[in-house]
Design a protein around this ligand. Structure first.
Ligand SMILES: [Zn+2]
Length: 166
């Protein structure tokens, strides 16, 4: 499993694509979720979306602190709160870069688990932010896209410089 990163043409193309719904709930999917959870933990991430490993399907995993890592398949945000939260976000696909991002504080998400069962979850605080960040990945959106143009330019310049790109 490889981490797809911004700034590498073919990898960026996958990261920028709107992912396709998962249609088959089978052993392959279960195995992949297991691998994604391991990869996320080994990469010190709090979430990982399938496009980040080059799989353009609507699938993500999250897990941090004492929470049991879990999978969200074909997730949809069905409710968002008016009040917002600001967290410093980073991304395994834009390594080393961090910026404050404002997002709704609470969300309700509907998704399917690896056994093909639908569920809804109300998320608050950090979980709400992580889920929004990962669901963004399924729509080809990266956290830097939430910054104003000036800050986005700044962080991308710094990133490309650190990565030795361009
Ligand atoms: Zn990310």
């Amino acid at each position: 499993m490889d981490m797809y990163k911004l700034g590498f043409k073919e990898e960026e193309a996958v990261l920028r694509k709107v992912a396709e719904p998962v249609t088959e709930f089978n052993q392959q999917l279960k195995d992949q979720i297991k691998e994604m959870i391991e990869f996320m933990i080994n990469s010190n991430g709090v979430g990982l979306a399938a496009p980040q490993i080059g799989d353009s399907r609507r699938l993500l995993v999250v897990g941090f602190d004492d929470m049991k890592p879990m999978a969200f398949i074909n997730p949809e945000i069905i409710e968002t709160s008016m009040d917002e939260n600001v967290y410093e976000e980073g991304c395994l696909s834009v390594p080393g870069m961090y910026a404050k991002v404002t997002r709704p504080k609470r969300i309700k998400v509907q998704a399917w688990n690896e056994r093909g069962r639908p569920f809804t979850i109300e998320a608050d605080g950090m979980l709400a932010t992580v889920l929004q960040h990962e669901i963004d990945h399924l729509n080809g959106v990266l956290f830097v896209d939430h910054l104003n143009e000036r800050n986005k330019d700044k962080i991308l310049k710094k990133y490309f410089k650190t990565m030795g790109i361009q």
